[in-house]
Design a protein around this ligand. Structure first.
Ligand code: AMP
Length: 214
C-alpha cells in the first residue's frame, strides 16, 4: 500500500499514521518529523528548514522532494509506505509522478479550521522520536516522558499566529492537491473531527481493510 495522508495541520495525519503504520505493516515517511530532526541535529538542511518552519511557511519544493525521494529509495519502502505531510504542493505531487512513484490511495482527513485551532493548542510532541500526544485526547505517560524516553514538548510552530499562517498556506497551496488526485480517482475522504479511534475505524473502512457495516 502506497498511501498519502492529506489534510490540514492538526487533522490528525501524524496520529493516524502512527496507528496505520502498524496496521498496514509499512513505514511512515513524515517530512515534518524529518525536518525537525534535521533542525535538532543542527545540519545545513535543519538550518535552512528552520527559517520557513518558524514562520509557518513551506520549505522549498526542491529541498523536500530531494529528501523524500532519497528516503523512498531505501529498502524498507519497497513494499509500500505512508506519506505524512508530503506532497504539500502540486509541484511535489508532480515530482512523485515524474519519479515513477505510483500512489495507490490518498486518504483525505476532513476537519474544520475551528476544530484545528482548538486541537493544535493542546498538541504535544516527543522532541526525540516525533510521537504525537495531546493534553486531552492522548495524554503523555505519567512520568511526563515519551514512550521512547524522550522529552515531550509543545512545537514552537503551534502558536496561534503561526497556526493561522499554516492554515492559510494549507488552503492556498496544499488543498489543490486534492483535486489533482481526485482527477486520478485516488481520493477517499473521511471525517477526522472525532476521536482517534473513530477516525481510524473510518480510515480502515475507507481503505477496504474492514467490512463496511450493512
Ligand atoms: P508538519 O509536521 O507536517 O506539520 O510540518 C511542519 C512544517 O514543516 C510545515 O509547516 C512546513 O514548514 C515544513 N514542511 C513539512 N512538510 C513539508 C513539505 N512537504 N513541503 C514543504 N514544507 C514542509
Amino acid at each position: 500500500m502506497k498511501l498519502i495522508l492529506l489534510g490540514p495541520p492538526g487533522a490528525g495525519k501524524g496520529t493516524q499514521a502512527e496507528v496505520l503504520t502498524k496496521q498496514l505493516g509499512v513505514e511512515t515517511i513524515s517530512t515534518g518529523v524529518m525536518l525537525r530532526a534535521a533542525m535538532r541535529d543542527g545540519t545545513e538542511l535543519g538550518k535552512l528548514a528552520k527559517k520557513y518552519i518558524d514562520d509557518g511557511k513551506l520549505v522549498p519544493d526542491e529541498v523536500v522532494v530531494g529528501i523524500v525521494k532519497e528516503r523512498l529509495s531505501q529498502d524498507d519502502c519497497k513494499n509500500g509506505f505512508i506519506l505524512d505531510g508530503f506532497p504539500r504542493t502540486i509541484a511535489q505531487a508532480e515530482a512523485l509522478d515524474a519519479a515513477g512513484i505510483e500512489i495507490d490511495k490518498v486518504l483525505s482527513l476532513e476537519v474544520s479550521d475551528e476544530v484545528i485551532i482548538k486541537r493544535l493548542a493542546g498538541r504535544r510532541e516527543c522532541k526525540k522520536c516525533g510521537t504525537p500526544y495531546h493534553v486531552i485526547n492522548k495524554p503523555v505517560p505519567e512520568d511526563g516522558k515519551c514512550i521512547c524516553g524522550g522529552e515531550v514538548i509543545q512545537r514552537p510552530d503551534d502558536n496561534e499566529e503561526t497556526i493561522k499562517n499554516r492554515l492559510k498556506v494549507y488552503h492556498e497551496q496544499t488543498e489543490p492537491i486534492k483535486a489533482y488526485y481526485e482527477s486520478r480517482g485516488k481520493v477517499i475522504s473521511i471525517d477526522s473531527s472525532h476521536s482517534v479511534e473513530r477516525t481510524n475505524e473510518a480510515a480502515l473502512k475507507a481503505l477496504g481493510l474492514v467490512k463496511q457495516e450493512q
